[in-house]
Design a protein around this ligand. Structure first.
Ligand SMILES: C[S@@+](CC[C@H](N)C(=O)[O-])C[C@H]1O[C@@H](n2cnc3c(N)ncnc32)[C@H](O)[C@@H]1O
Length: 243
């Protein structure tokens, strides 16, 4: 078990995964509301735009760390063959399932599973997505090799993530926003003591978009798109499976 605030210091991969799973389960009921408030509803636009740009008719999509399912539903609008939303928090999967109507169930299935051990056949998927997930995964290399395994040759991995902005001035503004506004409102709404402290920790200790791009290249992916929005604090990285 992870002790309170221990994440501010050092923890091992298992402790971190346990904390992340428990914390997201505990905030699952208020996750959508807080996301809408903190991004001024922008996260839905980013997700829809990404889906419009990279999901094709008849694609098979795996949305890893799908949470309450927003990216899965954005993908569905592009009429893929099917979307499988996977998350290791059963509470998040429950929230996503509540939104899955009789009609959308024809396209989307939500299942409980771990990003480092995906219940998917090798070379069977056109698109994998990680929307605000990769920063939470301690063993990125293992997860990327799973993604590489399940993608078809030429398949794509679409990443949407919060990054520490490269400019010190903008980083100061963004940190201020997260440390005060997001932390305060996150605590009040979710009633979770440290979930939103962890958010700040996870952003500050994560690599920048260029470093992530380099790691993806090392794991046999080819970069197709690298883009920053929202004062360079949110980035999209789209890569293709190489040999
Ligand atoms: C910040 S939420 C993002 C949810 C959703 N993708 C979105 O864009 O709103 C991160 C999600 O990733 C899930 N997650 C983190 N690590 C995971 C892992 N190793 N396997 C599966 N899901 C994971 C969490 O449970 C949580 O639901």
């Amino acid at each position: 078990m992870v002790k309170k605030q221990q994440f501010k210091f050092q923890w091992n991969s298992t402790q971190r995964s346990e904390y992340v799973q428990k914390m997201f389960s505990e905030i699952s009921g208020t996750y959508d509301l807080i996301n809408d408030l903190f991004t001024f509803g922008m996260h839905k636009k980013w997700k829809r735009k990404l889906a419009q740009s990279f999901i094709n008719h008849n694609d098979i999509v795996v949305d890893i760390g799908c949470g309450t399912g927003d990216f899965s539903f954005a993908c569905m609008e592009q009429k893929p063959q099917h979307v499988i939303g996977i998350d290791f928090s059963s509470e998040m999967i429950q929230e996503a399932t509540k939104k899955n109507t009789v009609e959308s169930q024809k396209c989307i299935k939500f299942v409980i599973g771990d990003a480092v051990n995906l219940p998917i056949r090798s070379s069977s998927v056109d698109i994998c997505s990680l929307s605000f997930v990769i920063r939470n995964i301690p063993n990125i290399q293992d997860m990327l090799s799973e993604v590489h395994r399940i993608l078809k040759p030429g398949g794509k991995l679409v990443i949407l993530e919060v990054f520490k902005p490269p400019s010190k001035g903008i980083n100061f503004i963004v940190s201020f926003y997260i440390n005060f506004f997001v932390l305060f409102l996150g605590r009040v709404i979710s009633k979770h003591k440290d979930g939103y402290v962890y958010l700040n920790y996870s952003i500050n200790t994560f690599m920048n978009i260029d470093e992530l791009g380099t790691q993806l290249q090392q794991e046999k992916f080819i970069i197709i798109q690298k883009k920053m929005v929202m004062l360079a604090s949110v980035g999209t990285l789209v890569v293709q499976k190489g040999d």
